[in-house]
Ligand binder design. Structure first.
Ligand code: GLA
Ligand code: ZN
Length: 665
């Protein structure tokens, strides 16, 4: 897909056919090369059980093809039609309260339901046979945002049986399951796998080991659901790619594993936020981190399958992106590794839930400010994109990100404000503020290419992972370990054979003998003669030989005791941070730790200006992004030539400059 870089999400089925050609012309004029279509149009493709109608989609694909526009086909399995639900209501999902969720939104489905799966097999087979060799179709997106809308679903009888099967495969006997889950507590022993429930809301509390396996099972179910579709598509579509639109740090499915089914990963980027209480307007470092995690899932360039192109919002709306801001956000995606940007959506929809989730065109369909801005972006960036394609950032710092740790903290957050992902983002933010690029790394990943590895909250531990951390530091790596490391085994049972953090005591050079959960409290920390604030947690520790104290607690009954330590091990250094540092302390600590590890920032910090680099064997591409509505300046590095921008070093509001330096060979 070397030369395809810009597209739109298009819903021809929402508009009269006579409009389609106008759309195609307008798309062509703004340089659009591809569309994604059909991912919610099950009823249009199969209006009744025995009637399949691909005619409308064929026409749309052909018409767009006349204007040089290619198609990515979405399978419409996120929106099973009413006739199917009426005939087989057992497809509807059941939440943890045991309530059936009704028809009328989307993803009203149980992904393990055999009847639903049978209908999907038939439909996807027909679609793959029909489009698998169409030269205008370049690729596929099975379903849509898998895991979205599935947060507490599904606990139906079918899922229960599948869960039992999954457990039987994992544990073989109920004896070993009982041991792994610690079911002696509250008389939860199972005599037979058939007794095990899909975890519904209980009267009191939950078994953390059961819940961890349940979350693993739910993730595996989504992967199995997807794989059934990818196998069918691959059979008939030999020269078309398969991707899927991820949602950054969303955690219902292990995105590393899902990525194994895909040619490349895609992602939906909405900097304006979703306007739900739990997702406020995203901060710049969160946007950057989101793009970095998406690149990291497969360690390769990715696509944006939905890039914000107007005001976001369903019932409640967000702010209007300022002139230049949509382009800046798109270029930020590119800076972090996107090889293609597909805008959501072409035209603002006149009906349904998303009437106010704005597209490039307004309701009227008449091109306006957003069309003109993005047209300029697409036309000027298309040649640059050819040049950038395949290049990658090469960060010196890795942050370990694990879905299993995330699940374990969802089950037992310890503190009402502790979240695994949020703590990861706090470490990320301190690096981002210093213009230090970051990769995320799975626990199974390659640590050795990073000078500094940050591994917050390594709560679930295994002997293999312990050894990996020890080898990494032994060989010269610098590692940050934190509070709540090595607390549990992989069954979510507490470790009992040693003091915390288990074998990693040798590496960190400390022993945690007690701790304090800072409920409704902060703790003061003294670092380099200055007082800082930390929160959530205090580990109270004893030093082992050779360990140096970097910071001490300065309040509570443990005033004066070590809070942050540094321990030489082999050729490297292990740091241990026993609390959740506040923003200032985090920044100070990471500045020093990065300096010691010889990690080099891309540029000194400039407020609201982001620096990022992509590179390939020939060139380095430096992106400089002004996230503010004020003019900013930076000193241009030597030997760079300006690929995008008006005057190198001077950034107008929301301007993004791209500079290229050819590598000496
Ligand atoms: C998601 C979905 C789209 C659309 C947008 C806007 O990212 O994939 O179908 O719903 O959000 O809400
Ligand atoms: Zn179910």
């Amino acid at each position: 897909m070397k030369n395809l870089h810009f597209g739109v999400d298009y819903y021809p089925e929402h508009w009269e056919k006579k409009r389609w050609e106008t759309d195609a012309k307008l798309m062509q004029q703004m340089g659009i090369q591809m569309v994604r279509m059909a991912e919610f149009s099950w009823h249009k493709l199969q209006p009744e059980e025995n009637i399949y109608d691909f005619e409308w989609l064929d026409q749309a694909i052909a018409l767009l093809g006349n204007y040089g526009i290619r198609t990515i086909v979405g399978t419409p399995t996120a929106a099973p039609p009413a006739w199917l639900i009426q005939k087989h209501p057992e497809i509807l999902p059941v939440d943890r309260d045991g309530r059936v969720r009704g028809f009328g939104g989307r993803h009203h489905d149980c992904q393990s339901n055999p009847i639903y799966r049978e209908y999907i097999r038939k439909l996807v087979t027909k679609m793959a046979q029909h489009y698998g060799e169409n030269p205008l179709v370049i690729g596929w997106q099975p379903d849509n945002e898998l895991g979205n809308s599935h947060q507490d679903l599904c606990t139906c009888e079918s899922c229960r049986q599948q869960f039992q099967k999954w457990l039987k495969k994992k544990y073989q006997t109920t004896d070993s399951l009982n041991k792994a889950w610690g079911t002696a507590f509250w008389s939860q022993e199972y005599n037979d796998f058939s007794e095990i429930p899909a975890p519904r809301i209980t009267v009191t509390g939950e078994n953390p080991s059961t819940m961890l396996d349940w979350k693993r099972f739910c993730s595996d179910l989504i992967i199995d659901f997807t794989e059934e579709q990818t196998q069918i598509i691959r059979k008939y579509a030999k020269n078309q790619f398969i991707t899927h639109n991820y949602m950054g740090f969303a955690n219902k499915v292990d995105y590393y594993k899902l990525g194994e089914l895909l040619d490349f990963v895609s992602h939906d980027q909405y900097p304006g936020g979703f306007y739900l209480p739990e997702t406020p307007h995203e901060k710049n470092h969160v946007l950057a981190a989101t793009l970095d995690i998406v690149r990291s899932y497969k360690q390769q360039p990715f696509w944006i399958m939905e890039q914000q192109s107007g005001i976001t919002g369903w019932e409640i709306m967000g702010r209007a992106p300022a002139p230049g801001q949509l382009s800046a956000w798109s270029l930020q995606s590119i800076a972090h590794g996107a090889d293609a940007i597909v805008f959501f959506r072409w035209r603002t929809c006149a009906m349904g839930t998303e009437q106010y989730w704005h597209g490039i065109l307004p309701h009227s369909g008449i091109p306006g400010r957003r069309y003109e801005e993005l047209k300029e972006l697409v036309l000027t960036m298309s040649p640059v994109m050819n040049h950038l394609a395949g290049s990658m950032p090469k960060p010196q710092v890795g942050i370990v990100f694990s879905f299993e740790q995330e699940y374990a903290f969802q089950i037992q957050p310890h503190h009402k404000d502790l979240s695994y992902t949020k703590q990861i983002l706090k470490y990320y933010q301190a690096l981002y503020q210093q213009n230090i690029p970051v990769d995320f790394v799975p626990e199974q990943g390659n640590f050795d290419k990073y000078k500094l590895l940050v591994a917050p909250l390594q709560y679930l531990m295994s002997p293999d992972l312990e050894q990996k951390y020890m080898d990494y530091v032994q060989n010269g790596g610098h590692l940050i370990l934190t509070m709540r490391t090595g607390v549990k085994d992989r069954n979510n049972l507490c470790m009992t054979d040693q003091e915390l953090p288990g074998k990693l005591r040798e590496l960190a050079g400390i022993e945690v003998l007690d701790y304090d959960c800072l409920r409704d409290a902060h703790v003061q920390v003294l670092f380099q003669g200055q007082q800082f604030q930390a929160d959530i947690w205090s580990d109270l520790m004893r030093l082992l030989p050779d360990t140096k104290v970097l910071a001490n607690y300065a309040s509570e009954f443990y005033t004066g005791e070590p809070c942050v330590t540094q321990h030489p091990y082999g050729q490297g250094i292990c740091y241990y941070i026993g609390t959740q540092p506040g923003e200032d302390l985090m920044r100070e600590l990471l500045t020093i730790i990065c300096q010691t590890a010889e990690v080099t920032p891309l540029n000194p910090a400039i407020e609201d200006v982001e620096f990022m680099v992509r590179e390939n064997e020939n060139s380095q591409f430096l992106f400089v992004i002004n996230h503010s509505n004020e003019t900013k300046s930076y000193s241009t590095p030597e030997l760079y030539k300006l690929l995008r921008g008006v005057q190198a070093g001077i950034l107008a509001a929301y301007e993004v400059q791209i500079l290229e330096r050819t590598k000496n060979k």
